[in-house]
Design a protein around this ligand. Structure first.
Ligand code: 3EB
Length: 323
């Protein structure tokens, strides 16, 4: 299997998205901007959240053929060789019942990946409005988790098969869920420092979050590892409330621990998204991360984290170091 690559780009690198998508090896173009709505054509995935460092695009590359694309069940899909990318959006009016809308949206995604012969998602991204609105079990994120868990149940996906994911809030209208899927199952990993999210105690909501800490592509000596959104959580407890630098340190520690645990401790990180609740934290976050991460592979994104006490969440793709 060739490597999958995710790379952030400035606006000037994508003068024409349609032409960009026609290049061999280009699976999808993720757009960081104000709009969260179906892209002008399959392959363009607007998320409704903004880059804080002028990198409004992410290109996902795989293999060397031109992608095949289409729309089925309100899902935009793109396919190159062994990887299928599928995105679906929830209209603003349907976000008033995020629990039901999430179950419906996941149902569409599952049917499309199964029909196309790619029944195994290995990475899922979820972005929704007002993720922290509502108290206790009425919080939007918790309702989203109920709908998502129900969908996994509906399609007979057991917790041990949940893939890596991120779930965040944006300040646009509408929601988007997109995923990468394969013909064979990835290998899902947990972090010994963190309780599996799908086993969080009841205080975090009626349904636990359905995701693995990381998923690697199977059948490789040095697999690529898709690292889920990772935050300042040890066990199931939020750490360093109110302290950005401490949260960053604990988050990086969690990621390093996870990678060592899966035997990929010296791999290279790319597609590093640093989601920040407060845009004004970008300068401090950048200064803290500069000596610790390859900044050219980092995108700072304005987003709400699913626990209101968290200021930051980081995800990345770990690939075997180039010789
Ligand atoms: C956590 O570890 C922080 O609901 O899909 C991180 C990654 C988080 C994914 C999800 C949530 C999700 O619980 C939040």
């Amino acid at each position: 299997m060739p490597m999958l690559r995710q790379q952030y780009l400035p606006a000037s690198a994508v003068p024409d998205a349609s032409q960009f998508l026609a290049q061999p090896g280009v699976l999808a173009l993720v757009n960081f901007g104000d709009k969260c709505e179906p892209g002008a054509q399959p392959g363009i995935i607007p998320l409704g959240m903004n880059s804080l460092c002028d990198k409004p695009w992410e290109v996902i590359r795989y293999g060397d053929s031109v992608a095949e694309r289409g729309i089925d069940e309100h899902c935009h899909w793109s396919l190159i060789e062994d990887v299928l990318c599928v995105a679906t959006w929830v209209a603003p009016e349907d976000c008033t019942d995020i629990e039901a809308a999430t179950e419906v949206a996941y149902g569409r995604l599952f049917r499309v990946i199964q029909a196309k012969g790619f029944p195994y998602p290995f990475r899922i991204w979820n972005f929704m409005p007002e993720i922290n609105r509502g108290d206790g079990d009425r919080e939007e994120y918790k309702k989203f988790c109920v709908g998502r868990e129900r969908a996994f149940d509906d399609y007979h996906v057991a917790p041990q098969s949940y893939p890596a994911a991120s779930a965040l809030g944006h300040h646009a209208q509408g929601a988007v869920i997109y995923l990468l899927a394969g013909r064979n199952s990835g290998v899902h990993h947990e972090n010994p420092r963190q309780q599996p999210a799908y086993q969080y105690p009841r205080e975090y909501g009626p349904s636990s979050p359905s995701f693995a800490r990381a998923t690697s592509l199977a059948l490789r000596v040095n697999p690529q590892v898709f690292i889920s959104g990772t935050a300042s959580i040890i066990g199931h407890n939020t750490q360093a409330v109110g302290d950005l630098e401490q949260q960053l340190a604990i988050t990086l520690d969690n990621i390093q621990h996870l990678l060592s645990h899966v035997g990929q401790g010296d791999s290279e990180l790319s597609a590093i998204r640093v989601y920040l609740r407060h845009p004004e934290d970008a300068a401090v976050a950048q200064a803290f991360l500069a000596p610790r991460l390859p900044l050219e592979a980092v995108n700072f994104i304005h987003a709400d984290i699913c626990r209101s006490q968290l200021l930051v969440e980081i995800e990345a793709l770990a690939s075997p170091a180039q010789p």
